[in-house]
Design a protein around this ligand. Structure first.
Ligand code: BGC
Length: 388
């Protein structure tokens, strides 16, 4: 039995390497396959008593794992709507499929997230899905996971500087930023007359690998317009480090906006602000209202309920939708593939994480303005109901 499982593990690793064409993924665990399976098996036996796979032989023969296996999901925090949705959707959908989910969020505290992942390993998780607080701080705990034969899937954010990651499911992060930059330009032209336009720039939490990518994408669109004099960053703050918002904390963004307005706009109108997500966008709009400014063109991300309403009312110019249900569905599709012994699905996209080229399962975000909101949310009854 033990031997059969060892073989199965090695087969799974080989299959996934073939599927990935050798890019990133499960290479790490193949290297440690000799020592890994024993621990993984012990864990599996505790978490998922001998039923389906042992009886039918299907999953284990193909190198998969028990259909009722434990699956860990480690989220960075629940401070924005997307993570709350992920918490609910993973719990409900994994349960509905017969898995045993352990879904936890870590309140922006790296040691807490490390500990939660550690206990998922101890509880025999066969796959751990991770949205890292800090892309660079999980290397050793994820290496432990890999050595225990656990698959690691990054969720929404890249996992950096480790080879202990099998793939990442996310919306294109540079692409998202490009869309935000373009939407800011479009909104200025549509709503603020002729340029040049006075703008300010905000970035997300610097530990989150998405945040610099969002900013880079946006600046690829905005920088040429700044250089041409069509956009004026009145504060002069155009570096990511100057514009970032520690921990994605809306109140910190609001304070920065208050001081930018007080220091630079007492005699000027602010026409537009690049915001990396909806929460920060609403904080920026509130600061502008408090300062007696006409509401500038403000971008966003996440299609949070409150921002969908604000977009519909014309208060926030746009958001970018990156539907959690699509991200969760894709992740569960990958978990099913692993469970059935089919390894990580093939993908053409990779991202270098500082150590390896990681397979990326990339979805497309979409800009939402008042004009297309009804269409974008036609299959999302909850958000559609907000457009009235
Ligand atoms: C996610 C965004 C979210 C932000 C803050 C990012 O990594 O992609 O959807 O708004 O984190 O939670």
């Amino acid at each position: 039995m033990q031997k059969k499982r060892v073989m199965a593990m090695m087969l799974a690793a080989a299959v996934s390497i073939m599927a990935l064409g050798g890019c990133g993924g499960r290479e790490g665990s193949t290297n440690s396959a000799d020592s890994a399976p024993a621990q993984a098996d012990t864990a599996a036996d505790t978490a998922a008593p001998a039923d389906a796979s042992a009886d039918t032989g299907d999953a284990s023969a193909a190198g998969g794992f028990d259909a009722g296996a434990t699956i860990g999901v480690s989220l960075p925090w629940l401070g924005t709507q997307n993570w709350k949705e992920a918490e609910t959707m993973f719990t409900e959908q994994l349960e509905a499929k017969g898995y045993k989910p352990i879904v936890q969020a870590a309140d922006q505290k790296v040691p807490q997230q490390q500990q939660q992942i550690e206990s998922m390993i101890e509880n025999g998780a066969k796959v751990i899905v991770v949205g890292p607080i800090d892309g660079t701080q999980l290397g050793s705990v994820l290496e432990k996971a890999r050595d225990a034969g656990v698959y690691v899937i990054g969720y929404d954010r890249l996992i950096e500087n480790t080879d202990a990651v099998d793939g990442v499911v996310q919306f294109g992060s540079v692409r998202t930023g490009e869309m935000q930059g373009q939407a800011l330009l479009d909104g200025l032209k549509a709503n603020k007359g002729e340029g040049p336009y006075n703008i300010e720039l905000f970035g997300g939490g610097p530990a989150d690998p998405n945040a610099p990518n969002f900013f880079t994408g946006a600046m690829s669109v905005l920088q040429p317009e700044i250089d041409a004099g069509n956009l004026v960053v009145v504060s002069g703050q155009t570096d990511f480090t100057q514009c970032a918002t520690e921990d994605w904390d809306n109140s910190k963004a609001q304070k920065r906006m208050d001081s930018l307005l007080a220091g630079n706009y007492s005699d000027k109108e602010i026409h537009g602000v690049l915001s990396p997500n909806d929460g920060i966008g609403r904080a920026i709009i509130t600061a502008c209202e408090d300062a007696g400014q006409p509401i500038p063109v403000v971008t966003g991300l996440d299609a949070e309920n409150e921002s969908v309403e604000w977009v519909w009312q014309g208060k926030q110019y746009c958001t970018v939708a990156k539907p959690t249900q699509d991200l969760v569905a894709k992740t569960i599709e990958i978990i099913d593939s692993l469970q059935q012994g089919n390894g990580m699905p093939a993908t053409d996209v990779t991202a270098n994480n500082g150590k390896i080229d990681v397979s990326i399962y990339e979805l497309d975000p979409v800009v939402v303005t008042k004009d297309n909101a009804k269409d974008v949310f036609k299959d999302d009854p909850d958000r559609l109901a907000l457009l009235k």
